[in-house]
Design a protein around this ligand. Sequence first.
Ligand code: ATR
Length: 290
Amino acid sequence: MSEQNKQFNLQLLGLTLTGIIGYPIEHTLSPQLHNAAFQALNLNWLYLPFSVKPEAVKEAVFGFKALNFAGFNVTLPHKQAVAELVDALSPEAELAGAVNTVKINEGKLVGYNTDIGGFLASLKEIGLQPAGKTALLIGAGGAGLAVAVALAQAQIKKVVILNRTVKKAENLRRKLSNLAIEALCLADFKEAVDLREEIELVVNATSVGMAANPGLPVPVELITEKQLVYDLIYTPVETELIKLAKSKGCRTLNGLSMLVHQGALAFQIWTEKPAPIETMKKAVGLNASN
Ligand code: ATR
């Protein structure tokens, strides 16, 4: 082997590796987000996307360990499966029963859930304090669960939950009650409209509004000017719900905000350095106008 080849391999071996597993994974913005952040801090780190089918999650997770990755992110549909595979869980990951970030330290896998802290950080950034407020949470899947745990941590006064499948909303209500948070499941949007003056925060944690599932997740009359409307979707960045909220004069947050803040927390966990938030925002196109 030539000296040049050897130098090239040594250079590659010097990289610290991270990445993300999901299925599908093609549309993730996390590689852009993290690679821009590594570059900004002059770190010789690399973040790669991996398409991993549910039946291969275990092999993938232990593969990261064998290949000396520093850590990795986990997205749909693997967040719950990975929570069962790691050696230890952070208190948030334990509460949610879901992991979106894993740090590998001397062969030990520690699972975190930075969706929870990321959601709270995005509210904090715009000065919204959930304590003492009533929130409407639409959706009771994995994203809805992370939001519910986050709101409970921030001592929300009351969470009103609506989900197409009522049984899942009921499970979430029970989870919140166990965390000593007042929670209410509604059967339809008519009841939510009756509560609209009390609702100060509306969170869409359903997939309604995504490019593949277009539409409004709530009736038009539910949204009032006083509410902060947070749509966790970022494809498209401006959903029907966000357009409606802006037209009514509401403050809004989109899914890029959550993406950046959960990513910043993961970055800090892996590198033990403060995340370059502005670089990360720019890398995914988050700016004041959206
Ligand atoms: P995630 O982990 O992102 O929350 P998920 O677990 O598949 O993904 O949940 C998707 C959410 O969108 C669920 O709340 C789902 O409602 P169901 O629990 O009834 O499945 C909701 N959702 C998806 N398509 C919907 C639709 N057309 N109308 C209403 N809700 C919908």
